[in-house]
Design a protein around this ligand. Sequence first.
Ligand code: IMP
Length: 425
Amino acid sequence: MTKGKFDVLLGLQWGDEGKGKVVDVLTPRYDVVARFQGGPNAGHTLIFDDKKFVLRSIPSGVFQGDKTNIIGNGMVLDAALFQAEAEALEAAGIDLKSRLLISKKAHLILPTHRLLDSALEASKGSAKVGTTGRGIGPTYTDKAARTGLRVGDLLRSDFEERYARIRAAHERTLKSLNFEYELSSIESKWREGIAYMKSFCLVDSEHYLNKILREGKKTLCEGAQGTMLDVDFGSYPYVTSSNTICAGACTGLGVAPHNIGKVFGIMKAYCTRVGSGPFPTELFDADGEAMCDRGFEFGAVTGRRRRCGWIDLVALRYAIRLNGVTDLILMKSDVLDTFKTVKACVAYGLPDGTETDEFPFDCEAVKPLYEEFPGWLTDLTKVTGEDEFPEEFNSYISFLEEYLETPVSIVSVGPDRKQTVFRKL
Ligand code: IMP
């Protein structure tokens, strides 16, 4: 009989919903925080005590005292980037080695994976995915092809031979793509990184997580990217290479589905996307500019300007159903504080003249159909409780809850930990 539970927190849009902040806020309720997929393509930004941290591979629970944080088997890790990220945290006084465990089954992003990511993108011409260039796709490709190397392989005596074999195969591909590269400097940084990574506690995290479950402890599984970037259900092929949905927590941590408790789905009050691919509600006008400027919508990892648009309830309801979301978390409503009218896409017009409110196979040529709401024209960043929400904002939330058939449990009204309003949790 199991006593504890695994709750999952994940993004419902195209990533960058603000998962890092909310994981940090919820961490006191949990014993363990575990990342289950993705790698340093993620950039989870946390702001507190006037300090800003950007986490890429390390779970967002590391700032809260005695919690254990786990890099799960479903993740892919770049040793050099991991070292830079971890050392920055150590320099900020965080005793990382006592709070971070790394799964031996997580896959290693090799220096040549990063080169392959750039080379393959360059070879795609106008059909580029617009990846983060961190080697994510090629690493998951090797995982599925059964040619990848895992963190646990670092402990094997023949690691160098295994590495040499896969590097040679990658170099053959790079040459066939006529890609010019210089490997030695990135390789030497990566070697430093793997020596550093070996000083951490490398574990079979699925055993650890199931043990603490039997002991009645609680784990928060932290997703990265967002549902619309899921390799199966997102806007393929403009997606990332992992399962970002709730089921990814089961495979990416070794958690049985019946042990999943709450599923927190995070969404912004508007929508953003980085990289290529369809985005039905994208704006090219002053409203889109205002969302980008007021919301500081620039990539935490790549610095790229994010594409902005209205909230898309068709895509969101699809995401909620795929994930079994029990609680919605609404982020960045304050970005819309100055808007006289706020819009939400409630259906798509299809090229054949019909309409749908189900997310279609191809959303390339759909036209968003909107419901309009009067703006709240109030500075939400100063609000400390639900009773201070303006009437217009309450009506907007009620509409979201009704359309999405799910309660909004938390409303974030600014980047700081303190700017968080709990409603029904
Ligand atoms: P990759 O994950 O680097 O292969 O990139 C694939 C697609 O996912 C690209 O469109 C990226 O911009 C997008 N992407 C990957 N990670 C993130 C993220 O953390 N936030 C937003 N978009 C992301």
